[in-house]
Design a binder for this molecule. Structure first.
Ligand SMILES: Nc1ncnc2c1ncn2[C@@H]1O[C@H](COP(=O)(O)OP(=O)(O)OP(=O)(O)O)[C@@H](O)[C@H]1O
Length: 327
């Protein structure tokens, strides 16, 4: 459904070149729900705008929904849905009217637009809001309307740009349910960008992890997590942390042992089975353990091990580039 090879985009910013996307390759099969995960500024939106033909690549080739990205952008546009970050509804229009109007813009007959609008409103819990002006909707309702508008012409492939940014946890979980159901019922292919690890984990069949304009890893959430070797164990001791770390180091399979003041951290294949032994050895040496925590690997650990940074750090954008955006 999507094939890209060497896809690249450069921007000229104040006499210098920004490589927003640096020649990426990937494939998405029909019916897959794929997440494009990365921190702010990684190149997610730029990639999405190229795939939806809103931005011309400066390098590479691609086929989207069976049409060549460069030779047949109109064919691509006809076959896809795109839900941008900011949404695309007219503030004064009523919800039902807005869905129908956009369906008509895609060439559906009035009857078909009405039928399709009612179906989507039903599926996305918008049926009771049909007469409300779109400007009065809550964040979650508005995102559901945005998605209805992106799907109104029955696309085989839909792109969602950070669909749940700014929503509360309840609305996010609700929206995930809707996306899953619509995918299951309509057999669509979904490609979404996100910087939420839990979203990628809960929703996606497969994840492409991106950073600084390149793809640094890809796989199912479980495959990616299994790349990080073992559980993360964090032990607090009353004192003598260096000695505790030495003892932790001797546990079978323990690795990446670090000490920070009274905290000892390490990784081990099974944290739950390693702990009783650690407790015994600490006890035998009269070292008091005050707390302990075992964490299963997360996608953030994957990102950290691949890039040396946490996705949660929230990188500061490049000020020169930001200034250009604002201008
Ligand atoms: N029109 C533009 N002109 C100049 N630089 C740009 C432009 N659009 C994006 N960039 C730069 O390209 C890089 C990638 O930006 P992009 O918006 O694709 O990242 P992102 O991963 O979508 O981030 P976010 O999660 O914040 O939306 C950033 O350094 C950004 O500042």
């Amino acid at each position: 459904m999507i094939t890209v090879r060497g896809l690249a985009r450069q921007f000229a910013v104040r006499g210098r070149t920004v490589d927003a996307v640096k020649g990426i390759d990937f494939d998405v099969s029909a019916g897959e729900l794929v997440g494009f995960l990365g921190p702010n500024g990684a190149g997610k939106t730029t990639t999405l705008r190229m795939l939806t033909t809103l931005l011309r690549p400066t390098g590479g080739t691609g086929t989207v929904a069976g049409c060549d990205l460069l030779a047949d952008p109109q064919g691509v546009r006809r076959r896809i849905g795109y839900v941008a970050q900011g949404g695309s509804s007219w503030p004064e229009a009523r919800v039902a009217e807005e869905i129908e109007t956009q369906a008509r813009l895609y060439g559906l007959s009035r009857a078909e637009a009405r039928r399709r609008g009612a179906l989507l409103a039903d599926e996305l819990d918008l049926a009771d809001l049909g007469q409300r002006p779109t400007k009065t909707l809550s964040g979650g309702q508005r995102r559901r309307l945005d998605i209805a508008l992106g799907l109104v012409h029955g696309p085989e492939l839909v792109f969602l740009d950070e669909p749940t940014t700014g929503l509360d946890p309840q609305s996010r979980a609700n929206l995930w349910d809707h996306v899953r159901r619509m995918r299951a019922e309509q057999g669509m292919t979904v490609f979404l960008t996100t910087h939420y690890l839990d979203e990628a984990d809960a929703l996606c069949d497969r994840i492409l992890v991106t950073d600084h304009g390149t793809i640094v890893a890809e796989g199912t959430p479980d495959e990616l997590k299994s790349r990080v070797a073992g559980d993360a164990v964090t032990v607090e001791v009353a004192d003598r942390a260096e000695e505790a770390a030495e003892l932790a180091h001797r546990l079978p399979g323990a690795h990446e042992v670090t000490v920070n003041e009274t905290t000892v951290r390490f990784r081990v294949a099974r944290g739950d089975t390693a702990l009783p032994e650690l407790l015994r050895t600490l006890d035998a040496q009269d070292i008091t353990m005050t707390s302990v925590k075992v964490n299963r690997p997360t996608l953030d650990d994957v990102f950290l091990s691949l890039t040396g940074r946490s996705l949660r750090d929230g990188e500061r954008p490049d000020p020169a580039v930001e200034a250009t955006h604002a201008a």
